[in-house]
Design a binder for this molecule. Sequence first.
Ligand SMILES: C[S@@+](CC[C@H](N)C(=O)[O-])C[C@H]1O[C@@H](n2cnc3c(N)ncnc32)[C@H](O)[C@@H]1O
Length: 508
Amino acid sequence: MTPNDPAAPDATDRESVTASIKASYEAIRYRSRPCPTSAPARIATVARLMGLDTPDPTTARVLEIGCGDGGNLVPMAAAAPQGRYVGVDLSPGAIAEARAMASDLALSNVELDAVDLRDLPPGLGTFDYIIAHGFYSWVPADVREVLLGTLRRRLSPDGIAFVSHNTMPGCALRGIAWSLLRPHVAGIGDPARRISEARSMAALVAEAMADQPGLAGVLAGEFRDVAERHEFHVLHDDLAVVNHPVLLREIVAEADAHGLAWLADADVYRHPAPAYGEKMNAWLAAADRLTREHVIDHLRLRRYRESLFVHRARGLGTPLAGERLANMHVGASNTTAERHGSAPRSQADGDRTPAGVQRMLLGRLAAVHPASVPVQEVVSWITSHGSAGSTLAAPANALRLLLSACLMGAIVPFAWPLRAAQGAGAMPRASAVARWQASRRDFVVNLRHDSVVFDDPVRRRLLPLVDGTRTRDALALELAAISPHAADPRRLVDEHLAHFARIGVLEA
Ligand SMILES: C[S@@+](CC[C@H](N)C(=O)[O-])C[C@H]1O[C@@H](n2cnc3c(N)ncnc32)[C@H](O)[C@@H]1O
């Protein structure tokens, strides 16, 4: 609950808290983006790396709780026509937007309901994947209880739930900004003014603290973040009616009371890796897994988590294992793609040590990003590129190298291949969702379920036309109409199409 804020509703009055949450989301829309780690195929990949069988994500029944304007759920539904997708949210305005998107895209596999989670209709059945992204920490205690009860009742026996939440101890730092800004805007009813007053104050404090020594200088960054964040994040997170960060241990204990067990972090990159020096690595290796996570959260000052939960009775599988990558696919992470995008490849090409081979591999994967490559292919490439007698000649070691690159966040595993085209064909086609978003949002979702900034005015008009019905010459004519002064529309079309392929919105 927002501390020290007389404008905030009485915490004991559940209905007024929920009414106030609803009013704030109605007043300023929360613009939902795709959350790649919440995609069923990504969740299933983590589970499979832990040795668990998972429901097939391409035909799964998926529920998103607090789906907002559908920015996460609707693109998932579009990408899995044989799945069934249900989204619920308290905000009728957000659900109306989600429905409009689903209807424009003519999706028949998605159902969206404006309903309080506490009043979920009993006939909905069970789901293979349940997503609660941006929900747990932002609803009052009774709704958090209902959330966990819903997961227990609605998750199929081998289903997996994704729950994101604000996390301690990192949020203790954010809390310092909150404890100054919330009382500062107390009593201001108009949401837009709450946001602008909080941002101005945050900018003022950030500037005043910037040159201070020690922790004050660090905190300046917290205030700067608030001053620069999107307005809906300031209102619905920093100044939220409810904002409840928890230690992983606390949410795990609450879930346990509902018969649910914490499976793992939803992001392979966030799984523990030996990255803290010999003594700490040894200490962590000897600790039980929750203690290990708890300590690492303190080492990393973690402030946000994405946790996977399963029915406790199901069992938790085993730690991630390299050999389980064998039948999967891998792709460069976005960070790797950016880093290698401009680096000259030849630099690393002569180095056949394991580190050199890994560098070359990342360069190769970056070159086809955001598409993925079968691990079998990657393993034969690695085994043939190590120096004579290298440990990398053994496929098991090549798989280990790949797993460690996943844990470092350099590559991303996919149990299902990605359909992204690596170049534009004669009649190029962008995904229907990206074409829909191009003129309506400042981002588009790509075939990895990542959001990509998309604010170039010419591209925003061109992408909707890349629908598989036009040749490049036809697109050049359209471009000439969009940009009458363009010198060489045909060449520009090629450049724009190359960009669309690079960001992963063209279908293979
Ligand atoms: C922080 S937003 C997150 C939206 C979206 N999941 C995302 O991450 O982009 C929280 C959402 O939960 C919804 N919500 C809050 N309380 C709810 C309740 N009791 N039942 C259903 N939805 C609720 C809000 O309307 C809002 O859309």
